[in-house]
Design a protein around this ligand. Structure first.
Ligand code: SPD
Length: 440
């Protein structure tokens, strides 16, 4: 034996960017590479960093295989470290080079623990007292695979079962459904969490019931986005609602949700709902004046296909298409995480609806960055979502429908903004700052 271990340090160049950004493919390949080398796998831990990059390690009884990838450079760097004469790390190297589509590579092999530099001491191995009770090797190694949504400074990670249930690139975005350990199945678009089985009720109850119970008799409702069907499910709980039009740009989102998130998406087949697979911006342009009682903007974040849903041109059309007593609610991002968008969109609403008609409110969603998320309610008339609320109707509705987040108290409380949020919004408008002063 020349050394206790063999350690190959590997650089793979000009890899397939797609393959080395695919946490599932990387984990599978690393597992297979370890098996082919003759290693015994103990554990695997992998993280995908949105939008690019994967880090991971396979712990083997004979040391480890580790990787970090930079898809934006088509580059992956690996450590293949094995101990024992029967394990050959070069077998792993050959296999992984092919699996990641590397065009060329460089590598060096280090001898770890060279015998002439070591002194062997006699250690008593603990006696095996009872062979029958010696734990058996687990049949399946432990997988520890993480999805991470991040920007340059903040990351949110969810552990999941590893194999994506759905993963495809649509014409507009990357559509994924993963099975998370803590929050159930999650819809991920372009690396951002849209909804999860376990906390979706917060978002969907609050986007729907706050405006619908604020309106005295909502009959015709439009939803822009919301292709998962969660918002529509809540809207359809209102007996006064005769017609819901839902406009989703991406058919793949609808199909994936129908298959994997049926508790949300069955609403899309409701007889009172008309589903339009088209661009919400175009839909609003051609929508006649005074059509809807309530319009919900259930968009993704303002990157990619949803960018146009954060413009004043779009909201002018929304305003025009609302009936005289109409109400709009839009998801308006996080005051902590997307502070600029949150502030800018507030002023966009203020210019169109009049500042006195814009009422931001907050909800708490554990799987969204920072956990604090906002909606903005805008009314066409001087209608107030708290002062004009019918508490008895609201209470009755919430209990009859067994709602889990929404109740009359939370309806009111959601509009109470922390001081830092008020300062973000109202500092440019003195009269609003006074009206919403912290002491009042
Ligand atoms: N960062 C998440 C913003 C998601 C807003 N829309 C979610 C769609 C749920 N119906």
């Amino acid at each position: 034996m020349d050394a206790l271990g063999r350690h190959i340090i590997v650089e793979f160049y000009e890899c397939s960017a797609e393959k080395i950004n695919d946490v599932h493919h990387i984990e599978k390949s690393m597992i297979r590479a370890a098996e082919l080398a003759g290693a015994t796998i103990i554990n695997s831990t992998f993280h995908h960093f949105s939008p690019f990059g994967v880090s991971g390690v396979i712990v083997i009884e004979e040391s480890h295989l580790a990787i970090h990838t930079w898809p934006e450079y088509r580059f992956a760097s690996l450590d293949l470290f094995t101990c024992g004469d029967s394990i050959d790390p070069w077998v792993s190297f050959d296999y992984l080079e092919k699996e990641f589509g590397a065009v060329h590579s460089s590598s060096i092999e280090l001898q770890r623990g060279q015998p002439h530099l070591l002194e062997h001491i006699a250690l008593d191995a603990p006696a095996v007292r009872d062979t029958a009770s010696t734990p058996k090797r687990p049949v399946k190694y432990n997988r520890n695979i993480w999805f991470t949504e991040r920007d340059n400074n903040i990351a949110l990670s969810l552990r999941h079962k590893g194999d994506p249930l759905f993963k495809k690139q649509s014409k507009y975005q990357r559509v994924e459904i993963i099975d998370t350990i803590a929050y159930g199945k999650a819809l991920i678009l372009d690396g951002m969490v849209m909804t999860t089985e376990k906390d979706e009720f917060v978002y969907h109850e609050m986007i729907a019931h706050v405006p619908l119970l604020s309106h005295h008799r909502p009959e015709r409702v439009l939803i822009i986005g919301g292709g998962d069907g969660g918002g529509a499910r809540e809207v359809l709980k209102h007996e006064t609602v005769k017609q819901v039009d839902l406009v989703e740009i991406d058919e793949m989102v609808i199909d994936a949700c129908k298959r994997y998130l049926p508790k949300l998406a069955t609403s899309l087949s409701h007889p009172n709902l008309s589903l339009y697979v088209e661009d919400g911006i175009e839909y609003m342009k051609k929508c006649p004046d005074n059509t809807y009682d309530v319009i919900l903007i259930d968009s993704t974040d303002p990157v990619g296909p949803a960018e146009g849903l954060f413009t004043s041109e779009f909201y002018k059309n929304v305003h025009r298409c609302l009936k005289e007593e109409g109400i709009m609610v839009a998801q308006s991002e996080s005051p902590h995480f997307n502070t600029n968008v949150f502030c800018e969109i507030y002023h966009c609403y203020g210019d169109i609806f009049g500042y006195e008609n814009v009422h931001p409110y907050l909800v708490y969603i554990p799987t969204y960055p920072s956990g604090m998320w906002s909606f903005s309610l805008c009314s066409k008339n001087l209608f107030h979502p708290i002062k004009d609320l019918d508490m008895d109707r609201t209470k009755h509705f919430a209990s009859q429908n067994h709602l889990r987040y929404y109740n009359p108290e939370i309806h009111t409380a959601a509009f109470m903004l922390p001081t830092f949020v008020k300062n973000l919004l109202y500092k440019k408008n003195d009269f609003l700052l006074k009206q919403h002063a912290p002491s009042q």
